[in-house]
Design a protein around this ligand. Sequence first.
Ligand SMILES: NC(=O)c1ccc[n+]([C@@H]2O[C@H](COP(=O)([O-])OP(=O)(O)OC[C@H]3O[C@@H](n4cnc5c(N)ncnc54)[C@H](OP(=O)(O)O)[C@@H]3O)[C@@H](O)[C@H]2O)c1
Length: 350
Amino acid sequence: MRIILVGYGVVGQSLTSILLRRHSDTVRDHGFNPKIVAIVDRGGAAVNPRGLDLERIIKVKKLEGTLAADNEFGHRGMQPLEVIESVEAEVLVEATPTNVKNGEPGLSHMKTAFRTGKHVVTTNKGPLALAFPALKELADYNHVYLRFSGTVGGGTPVLELAKKCLAGDKITAIRGILNGTTNYILTEMSENHIDFEEALESAKKLGYAETDPSMDVDGIDPACKVVIMANWIMNKKLTLKYVKVKGIRDVTLQALEDASKRGNTIKLIGLIDKGASVMPTEISKRDPLCVSGVLNAVTYVSEFAGEETIIGRGAGGPETASAILRDLLDIRHSLADRQLEELEFGGWRK
Ligand SMILES: NC(=O)c1ccc[n+]([C@@H]2O[C@H](COP(=O)([O-])OP(=O)(O)OC[C@H]3O[C@@H](n4cnc5c(N)ncnc54)[C@H](OP(=O)(O)O)[C@@H]3O)[C@@H](O)[C@H]2O)c1
């Protein structure tokens, strides 16, 4: 499997480190021998159709700031679209920053990959939040796979639990704590009796919150995840503008203390049932969903299996890269199934 990786920051670099470390295991355990044939960052690209030497690429990025500085395979200023169009590969891994205004540059990267017959694995929520139904349709139309495990729950297999383990059952509702930063802030406020601003400062110091924390504290990041889950798991064809969103800026210490007297606390809950929303919500401290710190948790309510809750770290470079590896393996297995099916029936299955 030849892979083009666009975006070589925390997630992209974690992916190359994991591929280096796990290479012989993935070949042995799954017969899976991935080759990264191109990597693109803002400085340009490194391209080698026979597979880049990842150890060398990691060093170049660390020393020079861009892999385009590689003196043999680097191309300064080479743009992602040119790489996706011109380099032969089976899969695009998209790991550029999330943009919820217009989805770019990730949206164009994904569309170009589909148009040129490449499967896409993405950790970038922006394009999916704005255009999930259209992107899925485009992937199906071009007979390629679109996978995005790392967009919800980091390395925790939140989407797989619903899609694979609960297959056959009917999921009627999803409730989740889908953002570690806001959960950390609410936990700090509730347990250490500090106000929102103080808890936000603490989150920034620990590297949990960005300098501009609005994607998290205003509920946009969890709302993107609600869109992805609603489409993928509950087959609701919605986009970000249809999610009712309220962040945690107005949650007061008083409200948390009042909730605590009732044996409850306030969490930022993403909810998908008849509608879709992200709202600060009072829940019981005994609810399995009530996790603390930066943990994420999701409860699936299904018709026959009842309620299942999955808990795990919702972000992190290596965690998210492990989700990418899972998606690559899933594509590999799906392709093998497809080949068998084509031999038997001459057909294509999504
Ligand atoms: N970090 C996590 O824990 C995590 C978890 C889940 C999902 N995600 C999502 O995964 C994606 C990547 O996250 P990250 O933490 O790896 O971000 P990051 O560290 O900011 O890295 C972003 C990468 O994209 C490159 N880039 C930006 N604009 C580009 C453009 N126009 N063309 C080519 N390359 C471009 C940057 O290039 P330079 O290196 O030259 O700056 C950088 O290599 C984001 O969408 C994020 O929301 C992240």
